[in-house]
Write a protein that binds this ligand. Structure first.
Ligand SMILES: *[C@@H]1O[C@H](CO)[C@@H](O)[C@H](O)[C@H]1NC(C)=O
Length: 372
């Protein structure tokens, strides 16, 4: 009695497991949202049909089992042999659950979408052709898709300094010491100073973040507004004083508050070239993560305000706070008629390198194209 109860239990479990697995597979199969609704319905119908078939199969199986178990209970010794045979045959129908190791192996064999432009080193970038396979690191190969930007395979501008190469050679060691924390000892010969004076440019400026740790309006009420309010009388006190400002989101906010008389005073400073708008975008944009469309969009916003309100067209870019810079910004500003730009937040190792080469002033060329 006990023996065939165990068999009965085991087989019942097997059948239930098979049904549950098939049902779960149906429910969790990925829903391709892009498929037309009718196609999805057809797929659903097919699945339901499959479940029906499986259920019928299971019904037959259970009937068989019942039959043999019945015979076994009646003392038919052959019944046990038949039951064993049935289990061995039918267990082949059970869908094997993939083991975790198999899944991992499967993943590894699947082609991984590699962002080609990011994966290539600078040498490959210069020569990459669609369809060819490049080994980007030992054992790692990528194919350049036909849809890759064709400019990325151009040879690039001739430049005295190729930053791709420079970055590979810089130690980025951050030594602690010296006038610059990174170990740059500032020395000069006093006798040289008396004959050839060092020209130092002091640029009074303010950089105001419309979005950082305070809200746009909190910054304005607590800080930015005061900067503007102090700037105006202080500039008027001494005609040698100059000031630059970049973020039009704030400048326009202040301007909107001014009465006609104070607007005239500001206009006078601007027309006299003492108050200069630099870059003149709505913000000082991030350049590392932003799409160029967004950069252009906020520049348009600021420049349209400047042209429409003050008749001002900025000539110099001023980017003292973005965490990382893009040569695309240099390209965009040049195309907008800018004549100069300044960047600041560059790694000390890089500044040191350029300083030693006396190349802190440079024309920034893009990897692609020859014209700028
Ligand atoms: C700049 O403003 C002037 C005067 O209002 C206008 O004629 C001109 O079209 C504007 N330029 C641009 C690029 O919007």
């Amino acid at each position: 009695m006990k023996r065939y109860m165990v068999w009965w239990g085991a087989l019942f479990f097997l059948v239930m497991f098979t049904s549950l697995y098939l049902m779960l597979e149906t429910v969790t199969s990925p829903n391709t949202g892009s498929l037309a609704r009718s196609e999805a319905m057809e797929g659903m119908e097919a699945k339901i049909h499959m479940i029906e078939q499986d259920l019928n199969k299971n019904k037959e199986l259970i009937a068989d089992i019942k039959n043999w178990v019945g015979l076994l209970a009646k003392g038919d010794d052959n019944a046990l042999g038949h039951l064993v045979k049935l289990v061995n045959e039918k267990s082949g129908d059970v869908v094997a659950v993939p083991k975790k190791d198999d899944l991992v192996k499967d993943q590894a064999q699947k082609p991984v979408a590699v962002p080609e432009a990011l994966k290539q080193d600078s040498a490959a970038r210069e020569t990459a052709k669609p369809g060819e396979i490049y080994e980007v690191s030992p054992g790692e190969k990528v194919t350049v898709s036909g849809s890759m930007c064709s400019l990325s395979s151009s040879k690039g501008a001739n430049a005295d300094i190729d930053m791709h190469q420079v970055v590979d050679t810089l130690p980025f060691d951050n030594p602690d010491g010296g006038a610059w924390k990174q170990g740059w000892d500032v020395k000069y010969d006093p006798s040289e100073v008396s004959t050839k004076k060092l020209k130092i440019f002091v640029v009074p400026h303010s950089h105001c973040d419309p979005g950082w740790i305070k809200t746009y309006m909190d910054y304005y009420r607590q800080q930015t507004r005061n900067i503007f309010e102090n700037m105006l009388p202080k500039m008027e006190e001494d005609s040698r004083r100059k000031f630059i400002f970049a973020e039009i989101s704030y400048f326009s906010l202040w301007w909107d508050e001014l009465d006609a008389m104070r607007r005239d005073r500001v206009k006078k400073l601007i027309d006299g070239g003492r108050l200069e708008i630099v870059t003149g975008g709505w913000v000082m944009p991030d350049e590392a993560n932003t799409h160029y469309f967004a950069i252009i969009d906020q520049l348009l916003e600021g420049h349209q305000w400047l042209n429409g309100t003050l008749g001002v067209r900025p000539k110099s870019g001023w980017a003292v706070d973005p965490f990382g810079y893009s040569s695309t910004m240099a390209y965009l500003l040049k195309r907008m008629g800018f004549e100069n730009m300044l960047i600041q937040r560059v790694h000390y190792s890089m500044k040191k390198y350029l300083s030693r080469q006396q190349s802190l002033e440079f024309m920034w060329r893009q990897q692609w194209g020859e014209s700028f």
